[in-house]
Design a protein around this ligand. Structure first.
Ligand SMILES: Nc1ncnc2c1ncn2[C@@H]1O[C@H](COP(=O)(O)OP(=O)(O)OP(=O)(O)O)[C@@H](O)[C@H]1O
Length: 279
C-alpha cells in the first residue's frame, strides 16, 4: 500500500460496453490528496470511460466493470451507484457542460448543493463559487441557457463545487472554448486545487492539461502507456510528437504492455518532498 495519502485510486480496472467493446484494459491511476492529475489520450482511448467508472455513471451508458477496483481513500467504490459515490465526495462535471438551461444561475447552483443539509455550509460553498467566478454572481438571476459557452462551463464547475467535493472530475473543460476562456478555466482549476480539492482532468488539449496538472497519464486503447510528473511529460519528445500529430502512437514504441517511456513516478517520494517544503 502507498504511504502517501491517496484521494482516489483506480486499481487495474477493465471495462467494456456490451460484449464486443473493450474500453479499459487494466487501467491504473492514482490521485494523491491535493493533486491535479491529467489524463491525455486520443479519441476513443478510454478517457471518458475512466471518468465514468470513477463516478459510477458507466452503467448509464451501457458499460460494465469487468475487473479491478476503484478506491476513495481506502474505501472501495467500484460498482456503487452514482448517488453513493457522490456521497463519498467524488463529483463529476460531465462533458458538454450539462447545465439546466431553463433554470437561472442561482437555481443551478442550488441543485448542486441539494445534498448539503447544513445551510451554513451551503452558503459558504456558494460564496466560494461566486468568489471563483464573479461573473456567476453578476448573472445570478439570468437563465443559464442564455449564457456563453465559457460561462456555462464555469456554471457547470460551480455547480459541482456546491457539493464541496473531495475529488472533482472534469471531462474536457476546454472543449470548444476560445483561448482566453480556456486560460480562465485553467486558472480557476489551479485555484480550486489550491483551496484543497483534488482534481482529475481529462483533456485532449495537452498544452492546457500539462500546464495545470501536477501529474499526468496517457491512455491508449484503454491502457496507461505513459505516466509521470506533468513537468517531465511536457518535455517528453514522445508527448511532443504525439500531440503535434506526426508521431507514432506510444503503444507502437512500447513493445508489449504498458511500459512507460519515462520511469514511473514515485508519488510517495514526491508527497514527502512536498510536505518537507510545506513545513
Ligand atoms: N456508450 C457506449 N457504448 C458503446 N461503446 C462506447 C460507449 N462509450 C464509449 N464507447 C467506446 O469505448 C471506447 C472508449 O471510449 P471513450 O469515450 O471512453 O474514449 P475517450 O478517450 O473519452 O474518447 P473521446 O475523446 O472521443 O470521447 C471507444 O471504443 C468508444 O467507441
Amino acid at each position: 500500500m502507498s504511504a502517501s495519502p491517496l484521494a482516489l485510486k483506480v486499481a487495474d480496472v477493465s471495462a467494456r460496453y456490451g460484449r464486443a467493446v473493450s474500453a479499459l484494459d487494466r487501467a491504473a491511476l492514482e490521485i494523491p490528496e491535493g493533486a491535479v492529475v491529467a489524463v491525455l489520450g486520443n479519441n476513443g482511448a478510454g478517457k471518458t470511460t475512466l471518468l465514468r467508472v470513477m463516478s459510477g455513471t458507466h452503467r448509464l451508458h451501457g458499460g460494465e466493470i469487468t475487473g479491478g477496483q476503484v478506491f476513495v481513500g481506502e474505501t472501495p467504490i467500484g460498482g456503487l451507484n452514482p448517488r453513493k459515490i457522490v456521497a463519498h465526495g467524488v463529483i463529476q462535471v460531465p462533458e458538454g457542460r450539462r447545465i439546466f438551461s431553463r433554470l437561472t444561475v442561482e437555481e443551478n447552483l442550488r441543485v448542486g448543493g441539494i445534498r448539503t443539509r447544513d445551510r451554513r455550509s451551503a452558503a459558504e460553498a456558494r460564496a466560494r463559487v461566486f468568489d471563483l467566478f464573479p461573473i456567476l454572481a453578476d448573472r445570478r438571476h439570468q437563465r443559464a441557457g442564455l449564457m456563453s459557452g465559457g460561462e456555462q462551463q464555469m456554471l457547470a464547475i460551480g455547480r459541482a463545487l456546491m457539493a464541496s467535493p473531495r475529488v472533482l472530475l472534469l471531462d474536457e473543460p476546454s472543449l470548444g472554448l476560445a483561448p482566453l476562456v480556456v486560460e480562465q478555466i485553467a486558472h480557476v482549476i489551479t485555484e480550486i486545487n489550491r483551496q484543497g480539492t483534488s482534481v482529475l482532468l481529462v483533456e485532449q488539449n495537452a498544452e492546457v492539461a500539462l500546464g495545470v496538472a501536477t501529474h499526468a497519464y496517457v491512455l491508449e486503447l484503454g491502457r496507461v502507456v505513459l505516466s509521470g510528473p506533468a513537468s517531465e511529460l511536457r518535455n517528453s519528445p514522445a508527448i511532443r510528437q504525439l500531440y503535434l500529430g506526426d508521431g507514432a502512437p506510444l503503444g507502437d514504441e512500447v513493445a508489449d504492455g504498458p511500459r512507460p517511456v519515462l520511469a514511473p513516478w514515485d508519488f510517495t517520494a514526491a508527497a514527502r518532498t512536498r510536505s518537507r517544503k510545506a513545513s
